[in-house]
Design a protein around this ligand. Structure first.
Ligand code: ADP
Ligand code: XUL
Length: 558
């Protein structure tokens, strides 16, 4: 294992540019957390006028954006914060990052010159104000491209065909449909765009002072990449926009070197000249790395602004619900994923309305109410949901003559409201039962081998206990809930090592024999629930799925 150790005294920096904040984690050569920082967009950058990191277009339903320049300024601020805390930038030998997936950033003609000639005496934000052909990036919450999705699917021979080709059917938030919309509605802006980055490759571009490649994993979240051959798909490109390939640049594996850190940072922060920038990737792929998912049957549940469920698969099985990406830390297999738009912000909304705006009260209600909630089932969509595709709305049902072990054929009736404690249990059971049902549908085992929970809400023990009861397996957590920036720092080390060896090195080999001494170690937070209760939840899950299917039939998008 000697050959795989990292140089003593070296540091690895990982960022996570997520919806609400820019976070950063520094790992030392023993893979222990050395330093962390965060910049919250709403509070620390109020002049961009975001709420929860985003701007909702009041004129166009479902158009949700974030200013690209806000992320640029956040990078200035986070580096200043590290400087103030006396981080020795000179010890950092590799940097990588994670970003919310799918958002596309549009660089104006001539911007590569701005990037390559950054003046270290000035801030980034002062120099990049004019670099974008669109100042506001459509992000993963945007759902304004349904028309383009259907058109792209039609052009390639159907939704399943697109999923076979690219790993997913068309999704409103994916970069391909967003690009097609720009091409159709603002051709003059498309024409003056010289490069289109994902948010991940955009941030990497800021670091290398030039356009970075899009990595294979985040690239699979665009409806543009041929997932088998990991190249731009000619068919998908043609279905999207004219002259697109040259605006996208090349693709690269996530472990590849994007370039050396630009001299801007060397001069301004005293980074080393040969500090490597490893390709950035999406936040969920980085979490997969940071959570050390490495065995089929391991499941991760990330409870952040969006909720995501992901695991490792050996094959690509095209589906209409899930997403398949190349595994960001293994060149052979795949990462499969489910995404919910209604995550933390929807839980917060119920907390605010029913639990006195307090997680403590929320948890007391969870503890006070019985498992299965006396047959009360709720669906809560504060945002237009992705999984299942349902519009904003709330739906509450009570199963009639509810007895928790005989749910077959039981009828339900709709109600307008629940009492506050039942409302809290209904949202939590509903979200977790939906995750279990859809995870099983895309081929994840039941019960999973183990669940590793992460994201802001994984700090909540009551939620983890409920997860263990519903899924019937142990639930583990990591030391810190921001696994994406941790994963990015780990990938920085991994990329550095692959570069040093001149070949791909399995990431496991970097930590395998010393995991429990690193910051990557997981601890058991909630033991598997009692199996009798798990069986009852299985019945409730099936009943809930039937109701969900009915809702989709009645209200879902075509
Ligand atoms: P992001 O996806 O932007 O990275 P995070 O993973 O940081 O988001 O999660 C932030 C969310 O975590 C907040 O919106 C909040 O609702 C949630 N959260 C924080 N503490 C708790 C808690 N004790 N219980 C439930 N949710 C929590
Ligand atoms: C994944 C997705 C979200 C964003 C959130 O497909 O849309 O999880 O990555 O950051």
């Amino acid at each position: 294992m000697e050959g795989f150790s990292l140089p003593q005294d070296s540091l690895f920096l990982g960022f996570d540019c997520s919806t609400q904040s820019l976070k950063a984690t520094v790992l030392d050569a023993n893979l222990k957390i050395f330093a962390t920082e965060v910049v919250h967009f709403d509070n620390e950058l109020p002049h961009y006028k975001t709420k929860d990191g985003v701007i909702r277009d009041p004129l166009v339903n479902g158009r949700i954006l974030s200013p690209a320049l806000m992320w640029v300024e956040a990078l200035d601020i986070i580096l200043q914060k590290f400087k103030k805390s006396n981080l020795d930038f000179g010890k950092i030998i590799a940097v990588s990052g994670s970003a919310q997936q799918h958002g596309s950033v549009y660089w104006k003609r001539g911007s590569s010159n701005i990037l390559s000639s950054l003046d270290s005496k000035k801030s980034l934000v002062d120099q990049l104000g004019d670099a974008f052909s669109i100042k506001e990036t459509p992000i993963w919450m945007d759902c304004s491209t349904t028309e383009q999705c259907r058109a792209i699917e039609k052009a390639v021979g159907g939704a399943l065909e697109l999923s076979k080709l690219t790993g997913s059917c068309a999704h409103e938030r994916y970069a391909g449909p967003q690009i097609r919309k720009l091409f159709e509605t603002q051709p003059e802006v498309y024409a003056i765009t010289e490069r289109i980055s994902l948010i991940s490759s955009f941030m990497a571009s800021l670091l290398i002072g030039g356009y970075a490649c899009i990595d294979h994993t985040d690239g699979a979240g665009m409806n543009l990449m041929d997932i088998e051959f990991r190249v731009w798909s000619k068919i998908a490109l043609e279905a999207t926009a004219l002259d697109l390939e040259k605006k996208l640049g090349n693709l690269a594996p996530a472990h590849a070197v994007a370039g050396f850190l630009s001299k801007y940072y060397v001069e301004r922060y005293d980074f080393k000249k040969d500090c490597l920038v490893i390709q950035w990737s999406g936040d969920n792929p980085n979490s997969l790395a940071g959570l050390t998912l490495n065995t089929p049957g391991d499941l991760a549940i990330s409870l952040g602004t969006s909720d995501t469920v992901f695991g490792i698969a050996t094959d690509h099985k095209p589906s209409l619900e899930g997403h398949t990406f190349p595994n960001p830390v293994d060149t052979e297999d795949y990462m499969v994923m489910l995404v919910y738009k209604n995550g933390s912000l929807t839980r917060e909304d119920i907390r605010n309305r029913s639990a006195n705006r307090s997680w403590e009260v929320f948890n007391t209600y969870l503890q006070q109410t019985p498992p299965l909630n006396g047959g009360k089932i709720g669906f809560y969509y504060k945002e237009h949901e992705i999984l299942p595709p349902l519009p904003i709305g709330e739906h509450r049902y009570v199963l009639e003559n509810f007895e928790d072990d005989s749910l077959y054929g039981i009828k339900e009736h709709r109600v307008i409201e629940f009492d506050a404690p039942s409302e809290v249990r209904a949202i939590m059971e509903g979200q977790l039962l939906s995750m279990r049902a859809h995870a099983e549908k895309i081929g994840m085992p039941s019960p999973p081998r183990r669940i590793i929970a992460t994201g802001g809400a994984s700090a909540n023990k009551c939620i983890l206990n409920l997860m263990a009861s519903i899924f019937g397996c142990n639930v583990y957590t990591v030391q810190r809930p921001d696994s994406a920036s941790l994963g990015a720092a780990l990938r920085a080390a991994h990329g550095w090592l692959c570069n040093k060896k001149g070949t791909f090195v399995p990431i496991k080999d970097m930590y395998m024999d010393k995991l429990e001494h690193t910051s990557l170690n997981c601890k058991l937070s909630a033991p598997a629930g009692d199996q009798e209760l798990v069986a009852k939840y299985t019945l409730l899950m099936k009943r809930r799925t039937e109701i969900e299917n009915d809702l989709v039939q009645k209200l879902g998008r075509i």
